[in-house]
Write a protein that binds this ligand. Structure first.
Ligand code: IMP
Length: 202
């Protein structure tokens, strides 16, 4: 039987994206909803790398399985990289995606297009069952913050993020289109390659 690879994310939207990005690997990919409830570890690191590793280590050790986790966020140049690691709670603890988007639009009100540059960053972490050889991959996607939300797909800041080379926001794209260029798509394409060779060498 294939070894279990747990997706260590309590965010259902993200877990769904990750399950798609890990399809077809020689592992039995599972989500947290397939396991007994456990409280999420606190994301108190200063960097995406620290938080991604913290989640993968925690869930992997707790359930005794190999685990992948990511930490991601939006960095806006005009805001000196904010909201960054605080992207999920930019407008306050347990706030909605809409509240975050509203706060961001307010912070950039009146700013011309060329100053609305931003990038998404995703750090993908893998921790094997024995915890021995951890692995990290980083993906980025550059773009601009729109002046108003458009589109109904995706999640989070997707309705406001227009990737370079596109006129549509992430929320207006089909999931495959977003994955092909997104920070998460890139980080997990690299992680997939690593996991394939890791599996072959094991
Ligand atoms: P975390 O990685 O679970 O800490 O949360 C990252 C937060 O960054 C999410 O709650 C979103 O607000 C934002 N974010 C990360 N990736 C994306 C994306 O692909 N689209 C839109 N928002 C994202």
């Amino acid at each position: 039987m294939a070894e279990v690879l747990l997706i260590g994310s309590g965010n259902r939207d993200k877990a769904r994206e990750l399950a798609t990005l890990l399809e077809g690997l020689p592992w039995e990919v599972g989500c947290l909803k397939d396991f007994p409830d456990v409280e999420e570890p606190e994301e108190d690191g200063d960097t995406f790398e620290v938080n991604a590793l913290k989640k993968a280590r925690f869930y992997g050790a707790h359930f005794g399985v190999a685990c992948v986790a990511d930490d991601s966020g939006l960095a806006v140049d005009f805001l000196d990289g904010a909201p960054g690691v605080y992207s999920a709670r930019y407008a306050g603890e347990s706030c909605s995606y809409e509240a975050n988007n509203k706060k961001l639009l307010h912070a950039l009100a009146g700013l011309p297009w060329h100053e609305r540059t931003a990038h998404f960053c995703c750090c993908a972490a893998f921790v094997p069952r024995d915890g021995a050889s951890e692995h990290l991959e980083i993906g980025r996607c550059e773009g601009h913050i729109a002046v108003a939300p458009t589109g109904a797909g995706g999640f989070g800041y997707d309705p406001l993020f227009v990737p370079n080379g596109e006129e549509r926001s992430f929320a207006e794209m089909r999931p495959e289109e977003k994955h092909a260029i997104s920070h998460r798509g890139r980080a997990f394409a690299q992680l997939r390659q690593f996991l394939e060779s890791y599996h072959e060498s094991g």
